[in-house]
Write a protein that binds this ligand. Structure first.
Ligand SMILES: [Fe+2]
Length: 195
C-alpha cells in the first residue's frame, strides 16, 4: 500500500493555528508520508535481515523509523481531523463517558490540559480496553508512550513545531485555543467503535 497525504484544507474559521503555522506543519506531516513509503520499499527490498543487530544495523534503523514515521502519520491525521471551529461543545453523552473515569467533564479537561503541559510530543485521550477506562496519555515521541491496543479519541500535537512559529513559547495559549476549538463530533464518531 502506498501512503498518500490526506487533503487537509486550511480555513479561516479554524482559529487554533494560522495559515503560516498550518503550512509548515503540513510539510512535516508530508515528510512522514514520504518516509513511510521509503521504509516500506526498503522492507520489501534487501533490508539487511542477516546483519540485524541491536547496537547498530541498517535493519535496526529501518525498524526504529517504521514505528516513528507511521505513528507520525496517524497522529497528525487524528490531530488535524479533530481541530474544529470555535464554540464546539461536547454533548451529554461525551460528558458522561469522560465523567465516569475523571469525576466530571471539567476534571477530565483539567487532566488533559496538565498532560499537555507535561508532554514533549503528544497528548492523546484514548480508551484503554484492558482496564476499561479512558486515559489521557503523554507521548514524548510519536512512538514513545503509547498503550498497546488503546484507541485514540482526541489528539493534540505538543511538539514545539506545532505552535512555536505562531505562539513562540506561550504554549498555554496554544493549549487553551485548542481546547476551545475541538471538533467534538469527530471525537464522538471515534467513540462509536467502543459500542
Ligand atoms: Fe506535528
Amino acid at each position: 500500500m502506498q501512503f498518500e497525504k490526506l487533503d487537509f484544507e486550511y480555513t479561516d474559521d479554524v482559529t487554533v493555528i494560522n495559515r503560516e503555522q498550518f503550512d509548515v506543519h503540513m510539510r512535516l506531516y508530508e515528510g512522514y508520508i514520504n518516509k513511510m513509503n521509503e521504509i516500506d520499499a526498503l522492507l520489501m527490498n534487501n533490508p539487511g535481515l542477516k546483519e540485524a543487530n541491536a547496537t547498530y544495523s541498517k535493519f535496526r534503523g529501518i525498524k526504529r523509523g517504521e514505528t516513528y514515521a507511521l505513528d507520525g502519520v496517524i497522529l497528525h491525521e487524528f490531530y488535524f481531523e479533530n481541530i474544529g471551529s470555535p464554540n464546539n461543545t461536547p454533548d451529554a453523552d461525551i460528558r458522561q463517558l469522560l465523567s465516569k473515569d475523571y469525576g466530571s467533564f471539567e476534571e477530565w479537561q483539567e487532566h488533559f490540559v496538565a498532560t499537555a503541559k507535561a508532554s514533549r510530543g503528544w497528548v492523546v485521550l484514548c480508551y484503554d480496553p484492558r482496564s476499561d477506562r479512558f486515559r489521557n496519555i503523554s507521548l514524548d515521541a510519536h512512538d514513545y508512550g503509547n498503550i498497546a491496543m488503546s484507541i485514540p479519541l482526541l489528539v493534540l500535537d505538543m511538539y514545539e513545531h506545532a505552535y512555536f512559529l505562531q505562539y513562540a513559547d506561550n504554549k498555554v495559549e496554544y493549549i487553551e485555543r485548542f481546547m476551545d476549538n475541538i471538533d467534538w463530533q469527530v471525537v464522538k464518531d471515534r467513540m462509536q467503535i467502543l459500542q
